[in-house]
Design a protein around this ligand. Sequence first.
Ligand SMILES: [Fe+2]
Length: 366
Amino acid sequence: MAHPQPEALGELAQLLGGLGLQVETARSTVEALNKLRSHAAHVIVSHHATTTAGHSFDGVSMLEASLLHAPDALRIALVTSPDEAVELDYRPAHGGTIIRLVARPNERSRLVAVVGEGVKLLGLVEEQRELVRRLSIDQAKLQKRETLLDVVVKERTKELEDSYEKLKAANRQALFGLAEAIEAKDPYTKGHCGRVAAFSLVLASEAGYPKDGLETLEFGAFLHDIGKIGIKDAVLLKPGPLDDAEWLHMREHPVKGYDIASKIEMLKPIMSAVRNHHERWDGTGYPDKMKAEQIPIAARIVAIADAFDAMSTDRPYKAALPLAECEAVLRKTAGKMYDPDLVEVFVTRHLGELYGDYADNLTDVG
Ligand SMILES: [Fe+2]
């Protein structure tokens, strides 16, 4: 509080002290600004301007200068008449931060009320500012945590996906190794598994098989003869025709394959192709004597692909048949051996031309 007259200063200090405020007084601008440098002021009250005994005091200039030291303080200029208040409005640079209060000596209680309310208001503003500050810190922390979590989750997901893909690739490799073991045991079937898989895939696609099941089907077709691992070499590799007992043993391969497949989690979805690829449409096949649509569609597809490949490649006991003849045999036996609708798709679209060694064999037969 700055005022050039000591008696007025004393009176005002006493009044404001009654609000429970710590009051500092100054009699000149220099003294006031010095005190503002060392004390954080919330309210600055000044008499606006006086000239007493040749000593001039410009309170409003002091208030304007105080902006530098206490930018948020409530600034009050005491004026003695409403005219002065209006006049002060025209002073540049005070920026509206100065409240001009007409306070005659008998109206001091108005000053106390304004200061009291002002202090309360400043307290609220400070609280609000603190709240906003804390909220923004919390929010920044939260955002940082979220971003971090996001990054961690993404990394972990990618790691999991990578290991799943690796595991899948390793499993596939192991199973293809198994299929190769069958082919190694029976060299006459070299390439047979791969071609059956390729014909099955193209037939399934053309026949509208569910897209998300194609990979499993291809896999099942590839491994359909996995049970031949359990067939005695004397039977599997016999150059001549098999006798009845040998045929019975040979026909165990779908069930032997099923026994293997059911022990390996990854092979479960393809068990039907392994177990039922020798069923016949008329119910005379093996091992379950299933009929028509009872036979799982994967097994029906593999049966056609298997038969086509057997006819269209050279075997020790017979030469490969031309495409048209293979197709004629399929058509003739459709409805007895094979699903007639699937045979129709395979034959009319000449799917046998599309994959495998068929073209080479044609040239050889040429
Ligand atoms: Fe078979």
